[in-house]
Structure formats: structure tokens, C-alpha cells
Design a binder for this molecule. Structure first.
Ligand code: NAD
Ligand code: MG
Ligand code: MG
Ligand code: MG
Ligand code: MG
Ligand code: MG
Length: 339
């Protein structure tokens, strides 16, 4: 079993003496900055002018241009969108990094795929929360945390690992458990998870189920409840107690259907496709496509996004959710981050 570390295993002093610059104040940025400050750390936020800047100032942070925030800091956590990181890094970060300071990331993409190559006189570490930024904050406030992976790419001071661990503790991750990894493992597993299971897998499973029912003449509203709304209820059971807990709670008819029909939908063939997805991630093929897509101003991303938002399941869902006031307002409309 991998070794999972908790608060009791971690020393905080090494980070307490250092100034932390959180660069970006979006989903992860606001959560890291607020949690670190609440944990007693000295935090400055680095941003360009805009909505995020106003939000960080309203939250009581000193907000500086990125270059200035980097110059004052001993630890620089880069929480910009992955596709923006190389430009901002080479324009405003690299030249201002103090020798012997540390640069950190919440996802390994740019380091692993060599889009950002830090100088040889700084520590480079990773603290990657395994959950959305808004939950990194929400769970922290509730006294809990989102687990995280940490890793060290470059250790010039001998402190890189301790810094990463203290940082994990500061954002509340050590309440839930932190696990050692490498930039490579975090990058490849994170990309695979979101593509094959969490985002790509689940959205396509939901749409395929919804389309199968509506094309067979069933009411879209009924199909929506069955294939999308109920997912949350099932996922909560999985999260709380694994597959067994979910199967305990559903009817035995549902459990029998799970056993006999599940493998007809997701099977060895699906797994072969998953292996192809993983191979494209490992070879850098996926990264290359995403980097080029951004350089071309995202023609495919934007066209696909527009088409997806017009899908019947989205139209029906918007109407039904209006009538369910107990469904939490989407983070998207509640917290306006500059994207
Ligand atoms: P985000 O899009 O929510 O926020 C980005 C922030 O950067 C915003 O405050 C924005 O104003 C700022 N910004 C954008 N361009 C800028 C520029 N040119 N100069 C200065 N500031 C700029 O990003 P995010 O989703 O929090 O992702 C940040 C990092 O965290 C990424 O590496 C991502 O992979 C990683 N991560 C995110 C999540 C998540 O829940 N979203 C989970 C794990 C890891
Ligand atoms: Mg992830
Ligand atoms: Mg990710
Ligand atoms: Mg049912
Ligand atoms: Mg049962
Ligand atoms: Mg998004």
C-alpha cells in the first residue's frame, strides 16, 4: 500500500518562515490563498487587473502584478489556467524567481510536457488537490479537506519535500490524506481520469443513455431524471462506501441489472478504447493537440462547446432544475471567476 500522510506526520515550520505568492485567483487560486491564510501563512496574490483581482482584494489580500508578487515570494504557486502558464511564466515569472526559492504547481502538465522549464537554482514541487477548487475551500471551512498528491521535480535546497507537505497541510489536504507521486504520474493519471471516467466518460455515458430512451419515444423529462439527475444520488453512495455500499442501498433488481447489463455497455472493448486514450496521453499526442488547439484560438473547443450546450438533455435540464429550488445553484453562476 502507498504511504498516505496526515496532519500529524507533517512539520509546518519550514513554510511558516516563507512568503507564499499564489498566482491566479480562480477555482484553485482562491481556495489555496484563503486556506493558507486561515492556516496562518503569509500570502500575497499575483494577478493581472480584472475580476479575479477585485475578488481577491475584496477577500482582503494584497494583490500585486504577477512579476511583483513573484519577486517578494519564497514559494510561488502557479494557479493560472494550464494553457496560459507558459506565456505568463516566460513573461512575468522566470526572471523574477529568487535563487533558492520554490515554484509549485497544482497539475504537472506544463512541467511534464516541457512547456515550462524552471531555472536550476529553484525547488520545483507539485501539490495537486484531487477535487475541484471550490470544494478545496468548502471542505476546509467545514473542517475537512480534499486529498492531494505531492511530488518533487527539483530539490536544490533540500527542503522541497517538506515545503510540499507543509503546503498540503496549509490548504487542508492533509486532513484527508496526501500521497507522494511524480509529475509524470500525476499528469498522466489526472488526464486519463478526467478524459475516460470523470468528465468524458460520464458525460458520454449520460448522453448515450438519455438518447437511447428519447429515441425510443420516452419523455425527455423522464429520461433526464433517470440518466442525469439520479447520477448524483448514486455517486454519493459510491463516495461514501464504494461499490458495495451503493449496491446495498439500491434494490436487488437494480443490483442484478448492474451485474448482467453493466458489462454489456462497458466491457473489454471499452477498455481497449481507454488504453488508446492512455497511450495518447503517455506519448504526448494529447498534449500536442491541446497546445496546438490553443495556439489556433480553440476552433474545435468552441464549436464543440456550443454544440454540446444545445443538446436536448441540456435544454430539458435547465427547465427542470428551475423547478427544483433545492438543487444547489451551479458554482458557475454563483462564483464569477475570470476564465
Ligand atoms: P481558473 O481558470 O479557475 O483560474 C485561473 C486564474 O488565473 C484566474 O484568477 C484568472 O484571472 C487568472 N489568469 C488567467 N490568465 C492570467 C494572466 N495572463 N495573468 C494573470 N492571471 C491570469 O484555473 P483553475 O481551474 O483554478 O486551474 C489552475 C491550476 O490548477 C491548473 O494547473 C489546473 O490544472 C489545476 N487544477 C485545477 C483544478 C480545478 O478544480 N479547477 C483541480 C486540480 C488542479
Ligand atoms: Mg483531476
Ligand atoms: Mg485536470
Ligand atoms: Mg431508478
Ligand atoms: Mg441491494
Ligand atoms: Mg472550464
Amino acid at each position: 500500500m502507498a504511504k498516505v500522510l496526515y496532519e500529524k506526520d507533517i512539520q509546518q515550520e519550514v513554510l511558516k518562515q516563507r512568503k507564499i505568492a499564489v498566482i491566479g485567483y480562480g477555482s484553485q487560486g482562491h481556495a489555496h490563498a484563503l486556506n493558507l491564510r486561515d492556516s496562518g501563512y503569509d500570502v500575497v496574490v499575483g494577478l493581472r487587473p480584472g475580476k479575479s483581482q477585485q475578488k481577491a482584494e475584496q477577500d482582503g489580500f494584497e494583490v500585486l502584478p504577477v512579476a511583483d508578487a513573484v519577486r517578494t515570494a519564497d514559494v510561488v504557486m502557479v494557479l493560472l489556467p494550464d494553457e496560459q502558464q507558459p506565456t505568463v511564466y516566460y513573461q512575468s515569472i522566470q526572471a523574477n524567481l529568487k535563487s533558492g526559492s520554490a515554484i509549485a504547481f497544482a497539475h504537472g502538465f506544463n512541467i511534464h510536457f516541457s512547456q515550462v522549464v524552471p531555472p536550476l537554482d529553484v525547488d520545483v514541487f507539485l501539490v495537486a488537490p484531487k477535487g475541484p477548487g471550490h470544494l478545496v475551500r468548502r471542505t476546509f471551512v467545514e473542517g475537512a479537506g480534499v486529498p492531494a498528491l505531492y511530488g518533487v521535480q527539483q530539490d536544490v535546497t533540500g527542503n522541497a519535500k517538506d515545503l510540499a507537505l507543509a503546503y498540503s497541510q496549509g490548504i487542508g489536504a492533509a486532513r484527508a490524506g496526501v500521497l507522494e507521486t511524480t509529475f509524470q504520474e500525476e499528469t498522466e493519471t489526472d488526464l486519463f481520469g478526467e478524459q475516460a471516467v470523470l468528465c468524458g466518460g460520464i458525460t458520454n455515458l449520460i448522453k448515450a443513455g438519455f438518447e437511447t430512451l428519447t429515441e425510443a419515444g420516452y419523455q425527455p423529462e423522464v429520461a433526464y431524471f433517470e440518466c442525469l439527475h439520479e447520477v448524483k444520488l448514486i455517486v454519493d453512495l459510491l463516495y461514501e462506501g464504494g461499490l458495495e455500499n451503493m449496491r446495498y442501498s439500491v434494490s436487488d433488481t437494480a443490483q442484478w441489472g448492474d451485474f448482467v447489463s453493466g458489462p454489456r455497455v462497458i466491457n473489454e472493448e471499452t477498455k481497449e478504447r481507454m488504453k488508446e486514450v492512455l497511450a495518447d496521453i503517455q506519448s504526448g499526442e494529447f498534449a500536442k493537440g491541446w497546445i496546438l488547439e490553443n495556439q489556433a484560438n480553440r476552433p474545435k473547443f468552441n464549436a464543440t462547446n456550443k454544440r454540446e450546450n444545445q443538446h436536448l438533455i441540456e435544454q430539458v435540464g435547465r427547465e427542470l432544475r428551475e423547478l427544483m429550488p433545492f438543487v444547489e445553484q451551479p458554482i458557475q453562476t454563483k462564483q464569477k471567476d475570470v476564465k
